[in-house]
Design a binder for this molecule. Structure first.
Ligand code: SF4
Length: 58
Protein backbone atom coordinates (compact mmCIF):
# COMPACT_ATOMS: atom_id res chain seq x y z
CA UNK A 1 0.00 0.00 0.00
CA UNK A 2 1.44 3.37 -1.03
CA UNK A 3 0.81 5.64 1.95
CA UNK A 4 2.59 8.76 0.70
CA UNK A 5 -0.11 9.42 -1.91
CA UNK A 6 -2.38 11.85 -0.10
CA UNK A 7 -5.83 11.98 -1.70
CA UNK A 8 -6.86 15.67 -1.52
CA UNK A 9 -10.51 14.63 -1.86
CA UNK A 10 -10.44 12.69 1.41
CA UNK A 11 -9.43 14.72 4.46
CA UNK A 12 -8.94 12.59 7.55
CA UNK A 13 -7.50 13.09 11.05
CA UNK A 14 -7.53 9.45 12.17
CA UNK A 15 -3.79 8.93 12.53
CA UNK A 16 -4.35 5.48 14.05
CA UNK A 17 -5.48 4.22 10.64
CA UNK A 18 -3.17 2.24 8.39
CA UNK A 19 -4.19 4.43 5.43
CA UNK A 20 -3.66 7.83 7.06
CA UNK A 21 -0.83 9.87 5.51
CA UNK A 22 0.59 10.84 8.94
CA UNK A 23 2.50 13.93 7.80
CA UNK A 24 -0.62 15.25 6.07
CA UNK A 25 -4.24 15.11 7.26
CA UNK A 26 -5.43 13.02 4.32
CA UNK A 27 -6.31 9.47 3.44
CA UNK A 28 -4.03 7.65 1.01
CA UNK A 29 -6.76 5.47 -0.55
CA UNK A 30 -8.30 6.30 -3.93
CA UNK A 31 -11.73 5.92 -2.41
CA UNK A 32 -13.28 4.97 0.92
CA UNK A 33 -16.56 3.50 2.02
CA UNK A 34 -18.66 5.29 4.64
CA UNK A 35 -21.42 3.42 6.43
CA UNK A 36 -23.38 3.37 9.65
CA UNK A 37 -23.77 1.05 12.61
CA UNK A 38 -27.20 2.52 13.44
CA UNK A 39 -30.67 1.63 12.16
CA UNK A 40 -31.60 5.30 11.80
CA UNK A 41 -28.48 7.49 11.77
CA UNK A 42 -29.21 11.02 13.08
CA UNK A 43 -25.80 12.50 13.81
CA UNK A 44 -22.15 12.42 12.74
CA UNK A 45 -21.21 9.89 15.39
CA UNK A 46 -23.58 7.39 13.78
CA UNK A 47 -21.34 7.16 10.72
CA UNK A 48 -18.18 5.14 10.25
CA UNK A 49 -15.32 4.95 7.81
CA UNK A 50 -15.64 1.30 6.88
CA UNK A 51 -12.26 1.39 5.13
CA UNK A 52 -10.49 1.97 8.48
CA UNK A 53 -7.77 -0.53 9.39
CA UNK A 54 -5.79 -0.25 12.59
CA UNK A 55 -2.22 0.78 11.85
CA UNK A 56 -0.06 -2.33 11.90
CA UNK A 57 2.63 -0.81 14.12
CA UNK A 58 0.08 -0.26 16.93
S1 SF4 B 1 -9.44 4.65 5.52
FE1 SF4 B 1 -10.88 6.05 6.55
S2 SF4 B 1 -10.07 6.29 8.63
FE2 SF4 B 1 -8.45 5.44 7.37
S3 SF4 B 1 -7.26 7.19 6.68
FE3 SF4 B 1 -8.77 6.74 5.09
S4 SF4 B 1 -10.53 8.03 5.58
FE4 SF4 B 1 -9.23 7.95 7.40
Amino acid sequence: MEKSNANPSIECTVTECEYHCQDQQYCSLDSIRVGTHEQNPTQKSCTDCESFELKKSY
